[in-house]
Design a protein around this ligand. Sequence first.
Ligand SMILES: Nc1ncnc2c1ncn2[C@@H]1O[C@H](COP(=O)(O)OP(=O)(O)OP(=O)(O)O)[C@@H](O)[C@H]1O
Ligand SMILES: [Mg+2]
Length: 511
Amino acid sequence: MDLTETQPAVGSSAGDELLKLSGISKSFPGVRALNNVHLEVRRGEVHALLGENGAGKSTLMKILSGAYSKDTGEIYWEGRLIDIHTPKDSQDFGIGIIYQEFNLVPQLSIAENVWLRREPFRNQALHLIDWTEMRRRTKELLDELHLDLDPKRPVDGLGVAHQQMVEIAKALSLNAKLLIMDEPTSALTDTEIEQLYDVIRKLKARGVSVVFISHHLDEVFAICDRGTILRDGEYIATVDLKDTSEDQLINFMVGRSLDQQYPKVGAKRGAEALRVEGLNRAGVLEDISFSAYTGEILGIAGLVGAGRTELMRAVFGADPIESGKVYVFGNEVKLDSPRAAIQAGMGLLPEDRKYQGLVLILSVLQNVSMASLDRLKKHGLLQLGDEKKRTNEFVTKLRIATPHIQQQVQFLSGGNQQKVVLATWLASQSKVLIFDEPTRGIDVGAKVEVYNLMNTLVESGVAVIMVSSEMPELLGMSDRILVMHEGRLAAEFDRAEATQEKVLAAAMGVN
Ligand SMILES: Nc1ncnc2c1ncn2[C@@H]1O[C@H](COP(=O)(O)OP(=O)(O)OP(=O)(O)O)[C@@H](O)[C@H]1O
Ligand SMILES: [Mg+2]
């Protein structure tokens, strides 16, 4: 086929094209996930795949990886029309995918994971694995990625970033020409993200192409060359990122521009809703005391590992402590289980939603009403009508992409699952709400809606505590910011005095 005849993406010269998807459609029961979608990826480019939660990004990539089959459309690989039916097909063509949930076997070593089911043999007939050769080749791959890791090390002791690198090494060992990364940075620290960028630049230099999915536009501008935007399963545009502004991207993604990314309203600070006194847990939390008030958003800053999540879990009674007290509106809360905290009027949106916050086989409706069941039971009867109405309101407000509220949560896209957990707690009528990384994985448009809902909460007299690693969000939405450093409270700033520099310095332990 003559590639020059097909509609070219911006400034494309068809010769360096590695992959071209044309007219791809895919439906699930009740959901049209992709409708006539196009994508072109050139050799050695980093191509961003952009769009709101539920736009169809992961679905399109799963078609490429052989996890899903397309309904219609064509896939061209190095100019040839191909078909991908299984993950093996995809691998054989040279496509590697790194999912957010890794596919490593924790008990096996790095080398064994990289060469799993493709082990080099010393004697093929006798099935004798050539361990020396396997480790040598693994070491080569790790060196190439500038990773100082022992190939013999078991994978389960590695942090997320290193596990991700093992996945990348595995893809390289398969001679992948295209590497798909679906939200690779969501569990990484800033330093690890920089390391990932380095690896991506090295892959580029080798002529490997990367498809990069992220809701962080700063990352997209930092590492990607071009980007393709999807909206509601439709192809919107392909752009050269160096000629595109953040506003333009948001416009393409959301279909409108956002007048304000951080719509802060000042509510009136009221009573002390939460008081934490002298919380201690050896090696994790050291003598922590603070208060949160109704009508305020209290931001909690700190580097990854500073103990922010641990502090919130301890306050909520989810983790054991050695000493300390927690009061909600002056009443002491027993800290032996979250049950007491919930009864006292507290709610915690956990950082790790998939495992802590959702029942995947239950419906959107059942999940949203979970935290508020007591409230809905009037005279011992469940008011099903109210429950449905509230859930539908949240679905509209947070733009949760689901065919109906009876849909099982496991069939929602990653970001939409997170919105359901958010809705669960927003619906709970808690008086003290703790949000741990509330907007992680949520698209730019929906973030603003989450902030608007937080505003509504504080205006109605709720105390909101927001743990966040995103500095603009903390500075943009908090009335006060507490900064943690190595298990201690290192500083406190009022909204007016807080700056990125001051907060960062305190988080790093600089006075
Ligand atoms: N196995 C499935 N069964 C039913 N519906 C599905 C399935 N997989 C995806 N969908 C639906 O297809 C649509 C696109 O989902 P997809 O996961 O591709 O979105 P996404 O762009 O990756 O979003 P996010 O940014 O939230 O990860 C969503 O409406 C989702 O609910
Ligand atoms: Mg996705």
